[in-house]
Design a protein around this ligand. Structure first.
Ligand code: SF4
Length: 73
């Protein structure tokens, strides 16, 4: 759970396995690119709901490929 208002998102494509857990929990943010075989996401999402969804994906990612920087305001 987070009270963040926005989040910077970085996906480490060297460790992402394209497993799609992030997409399942936050489809509005994460998408597994079939050609690249890895997840893609915007560099920044805004709004508390989006920040919470990004955190949920980060916590679920089995390879720890997702890094977030949360902004409280
Ligand atoms: S859950 Fe993690 S490993 Fe799986 S596609 Fe998303 S970022 Fe990549």
């Amino acid at each position: 759970m987070t009270d963040a208002a926005s989040a910077d998102i970085l996906i480490d494509t060297d460790v992402c396995q394209g497993l799609g857990y992030c997409e399942r929990v936050a489809a509005e943010i994460f998408h597994v690119d079939d050609d690249l075989g890895v997840a893609v996401a915007p560099d920044l999402v805004t709004g508390a709901d989006s920040a919470r969804a990004a955190v949920a994906a980060e916590e679920l990612c089995p390879t720890r490929a997702i890094s977030l920087r949360l902004h409280m305001a």
